[in-house]
Design a protein around this ligand. Structure first.
Ligand code: MLT
Ligand code: MN
Ligand code: ZN
Length: 309
């Protein structure tokens, strides 16, 4: 299975357009520290790629990768579709940028689909431009692309709704329990498995709770790319971006007693952090936290990283 890391930043990116915090200023001074919004590309079949989440950077992310650029025909594209972990704006705004396509697939849970169609009205807005073909996501593995060798399934990790859909009750969403995930389908981790080799990637850019099912998924994965939004639980408060803790914002922190790093210590998989917020000290490769993470055997994912599983 072939994967490309297209971006590794949380909402806003690094630098964020209206922010002069140390992380954003550092990325302006050192272009090597810049990070695009978190996204991944997975080769579902020969010449057929799916993007995991559609970010505001999607156009540049496609253009930057030789495998994702169009050709040989004028309007041939290897980008067959999008698979979504959640309905957050930093993971979905890029869908509208694909409107020049004749059509593309969007693979999402019922909750995520309903948020995008009933709240953002993506279906109605894009219908005059392109044809979206929706496909469901379930805890049971299904081929990501018809006939392709990569299977996808989900592990529910949070019932947190995007702010624009905060009042959405499960019952407001027509057919929202169609996939049996109900309220737990709002934020999911994706399991991408190569049916031929059995090799598996677990991708969880937002992780609010470490459930038994998530633990099992970590144990059976060959590579884990997970939520590295905040270094510690108090970071959103002490940096002044929120009155809530990281956990209250739906992101388990990396360090500390309830942090994810301790839980990953026993994992056999290669483990990398993504979705870094601009407040995260890991955005500075010279920080002591960066060295500490390395000493724990854990990595920070980098934009343009290629992972072959
Ligand atoms: C998140 O990751 O928690 C969201 O993207 C935050 C937001 O954009 O409001
Ligand atoms: Mn986000
Ligand atoms: Zn900043």
């Amino acid at each position: 299975m072939l994967l490309q890391v297209l971006g590794t930043a949380a909402g806003g990116g690094l630098p964020q357009w209206n922010c002069a915090c140390p992380g954003c200023s550092g990325a302006r001074a050192h272009p090597g520290r810049r990070r695009r919004h978190a996204s991944l590309a997975v080769r579902a079949d020969e010449g057929r790629w799916y993007l995991v989440n559609a970010t505001p950077d999607i156009g540049d992310q496609i253009e930057d990768s030789a495998e994702l650029r169009p050709g040989p025909g004028r309007r041939d594209t290897p980008v067959a579709g999008i698979v979504l972990t959640d309905a957050e704006l930093d993971h979905t705004l890029g869908i509208a940028r694909l409107r020049e396509a004749d059509g593309f697939r969007v693979v999402a849970t019922a909750q995520v689909r309903r948020a995008l169609t009933d709240r953002l009205h993506l279906d109605d807005v894009l219908a005059p431009y392109t044809k979206i073909t929706w496909r469901g996501l379930d805890v049971e593995p299904e081929p990501l692309h018809p006939g392709g060798g990569v299977e996808v399934s989900v592990v529910p990790v949070s019932a947190k709704r995007p702010r624009y859909a905060a009042e959405t009750a499960a019952t407001d969403l027509r057919g929202a329990d169609a996939d049996g995930l109900g309220d737990h389908g709002w934020v999911t981790a994706l399991k991408l498995r190569d049916a031929a080799t059995g090799r598996c990637l677990l991708y969880a850019p937002a992780l609010a709770v470490w459930t038994d099912a998530f633990q099992e998924a970590v144990e059976s994965a060959d590579c884990v790319i997970l939520d590295g939004t905040f270094w510690d639980d108090d970071e959103p408060r002490h940096t002044g971006i929120s009155t809530r803790t990281a956990t209250e914002m739906g992101h388990l922190p990396i360090a500390g007693p309830l942090g994810t790093a301790r839980r990953l210590a026993a994992a056999r998989a290669r483990c990398l952090y993504t979705h870094l917020n601009n407040t995260n000290p890991l955005t500075n490769p010279e920080s002591q936290q960066h060295a500490l993470l390395g000493s724990w055997g854990l990595e920070v994912a980098a934009d343009r990283m290629v992972i072959e599983l």
